[in-house]
Design a protein around this ligand. Sequence first.
Ligand code: SF4
Length: 639
Amino acid sequence: MSLKSQIDAYLGADGRIAQAVDGYQVRQAQVEMAETVADIIEQDGSLLAEAGTGTGKTFSYLIPALLSGQKVIVSTATKTLQDQLLTKDIPLLMDVCGISGTARVLKGRENYLCPQRLEIAETAEQNTKEVWKKLNLIHDWQLKTRNGDKSELQALDENDPIWSKVCARMEFCQANECSGDDGCFYPGVKQQAQDAQILIVNHHLFCADLALREQGFGEVLPEADIYVFDEAHQLPDIAAQFLGFSVSRYQLDELVRDVRIAYKKEAPEASELADQASAVEDKVRVFNEALGKWEKRWTWEAFEASKASHKTLELLRNQLTQLIEVLKPLTDKGKLLSALYKRTQEFEKQIGSWLTASSENQIRWVESSQARFKLNLTPLSVADPFSRQRDALGGAWIFTSATLSVNHSFDYFAHRLGLGDAETRQWDSPFDYDKQAVIYHPIGLPDPKAPDYIKVCLRAAWPLLQESQGCAFLLFTSHRALQEAKVILSEHWDGTLLIQGDGPKTALLQRFKESDKALLLGTSSFWEGVDVKGDALKLVMIDRIPFIPPDDPVVQARENALKQKGLSGFFHFQIPEATIALKQGIGRLIRDTSDYGVLMLCDPRLTQKSYGRIITNSFPNFRWVFNADEAKQKLKRDE
Ligand code: SF4
């Protein structure tokens, strides 16, 4: 019996899920997607599946994957989806399908405790009282935890910097001289991942594994028969991060700090080690000063033209070489020195590669500000390594998201990951967008470059904000625009004003749902992965088409590469990127069949420029209105 023919027994009107879940309704798109995934699994094929919000796509891939009995890796972009899969969808489906397999989440190493580093941190002399308190907390938890996963340690803020001193990050690991016998959690966690039928990871970990395989340095993840990427639209950018590398001031400062600790603990007689730590620290500072104190993103060409920056980076690299020479004879004095020797070699090698990279597929760029810098090497395209690893691993590959296509074509996404041979399918959302919401596009707004643009947008939005009594997201494409709006609304809005950055995202969303007349002002991090159902959110305003700033070094390199092929960087890069981002932004409004409201898209280029049609053709089937009174009607539940 084929997998496809079994789908109806689970998702059909009289299927097992209908019998197990109250209020279950058959969704045709969900059934079709599950049948398509079943075929792809049996053919070991690849599928790009765009399924609109509310399709229920997690069931569409989980049911055939579970029924196949094969090993599955599901990779997601967000923790929210991982939690949903692990705690809700998979247990329910295993129960319904009568499958007794196991599902596990494997996270990146930095999420797990390294007992060795905890011990080192506990013996450092310069710990403050506050640090001691936190180390004691971690120590007590270490005695109880089974997996050493920091998400269990609720008493510690998830962004607390102390964690970076005790986590099992690869660059700090001295695995050669330290085994599971030392209480290391990571081997056990990895073994559980090996044994699970369904392994849930995030795109970062999947891509880190891909990069290791590509470089021939082994692997982190077990091999699987079925690979599913949900929220797949984020995958190309994350793959680019991991198939390249970066070296930051933060990492080099940590290196200096650890050299000083190792000197005191393992080689107090080697005073040249302390001298070297100070010399590296000095060169790091001088290099940062040469980059200037203003926040800046440098192309390689701009960096090369700055003689002082180039020269001081060479000096920093030379200093690292000297540190390596000093560390080399000390490696048998202790684990810390031995690990530092390898770590310094790695930094020196990366800076050397960065300075001398010549491949056309590598973009060299720098981010800098007063006390921060990061040298980045980003591949121009990840298509070759990604498709190479897909071929090497084999099996079925399913890529899904609500936003993969541009103007109903998957070419852009497929091209970025080298998936030209994949089958493509698109399913609309079951929501009745035409009835539930309208797109309000005010007429007569100035060019988005106009100095008073944000003020004019807010003036146009004002009648709607009054009508909806808040309950609105105001999404901006830049922090500057957000700050401008904040100043204006602080003066005029008498309800609750919540601003991205004023607290953790989840806390802001909670306050948004609970507060009267709430407005939430956000930039990129609120454009996706945010789910507010019901009356709490009735209006989403978006100020501009989210084009990536053209002075971004990666954008410049990608546009130049397209130009060399006779293609337009604007049409073949900026438009698809902006379309996918805008589709995510407008997807915030309607999250349920009973949701309703208004999407206010301010940017006049959507209707005045010819490219606007490519973008708007990619949207779900909303009705467009052009005057505020008509839009206001849609803010009432009963028209
Ligand atoms: S093997 Fe690595 S991560 Fe594990 S305890 Fe040892 S140093 Fe830490």
